[in-house]
Design a binder for this molecule. Structure first.
Ligand code: GRF
Length: 198
């Protein structure tokens, strides 16, 4: 890619369905032509992440950097930063990347690091968001795209989508309903972020 391209790096740990939605939008909406932006690489901390094959099938370069090869969070994050920075990214996207990042990492990418979280933040930071929303008797659940700061699942909110919690809902059923919205919301939020860039 030319040095003028706004490189996007996506970090995953699992199935990568949000990653695939973003890559699909980039291809279908021609973000290269529209914004001079392209998905430069998908990086996983787990070699067995299903999203790696999915990314390859979409024609995107993949890398694996296992956190298990490092004896501290700081050492892993330093190596991850080095790998990400080899792509000179304009934007780093966390898409189901299941690692808590160090303040050093987060500050290094301040203003160009985004995440999707499966709740209507500021409610239900952390894990098991869907079961917790059901247990709390919420009538609505949803997902949030936000800028990443060094406080977990905090940071300025860029976009949200809500779904109803239905009578008798299970965490699985609610999760599937929210995921449909994640696949619409995340590409749109990245699109809007790119549109706001000089
Ligand atoms: C999504 O629900 C996302 O909100 C959460 O982890 C899940 C990742 O799914 N952080 P996928 O890997 O994008 O399919």
């Amino acid at each position: 890619m030319s040095s003028k391209t706004k490189n996007i790096v996506i970090l995953i740990s699992g199935g990568g369905s949000n990653m695939a939605a973003i890559v699909g939008a980039a291809q279908q909406q021609n973000w290269q032509q529209k914004f001079g932006a392209g998905i430069a690489a998908v990086i996983s901390n787990r070699a067995e992440a299903g999203g790696l094959e999915l990314a390859q099938s979409l024609g995107v370069a993949t890398e694996v950097l296992s956190h298990k090869a490092f004896d501290s969070r700081e050492a892993f994050d330093a190596a991850l930063m080095k790998l990400i920075d080899s792509y000179q990214p304009a934007l780093v996207i966390l898409a189901g990347f299941m690692r808590i990042l160090t303040p050093g990492f987060v500050n290094h990418y301040a203003g160009r690091l985004v995440n999707i979280h499966p709740s209507l933040l500021p409610a239900f930071t952390g894990l098991n968001t869907h079961q917790r929303a059901i247990d709390a008797g919420c009538l609505e659940a949803g997902c949030t795209v936000h800028q990443v700061t060094d406080e977990l699942d905090h940071g300025p909110i860029l976009a949200q989508a809500a779904v109803p919690v239905l009578p008798g809902d299970t965490a699985e059923a609610l999760s599937a309903r929210v995921l449909v919205q994640e696949h619409l919301l995340y590409p749109q939020a990245v699109h809007d972020w790119l549109q706001g860039q000089p």
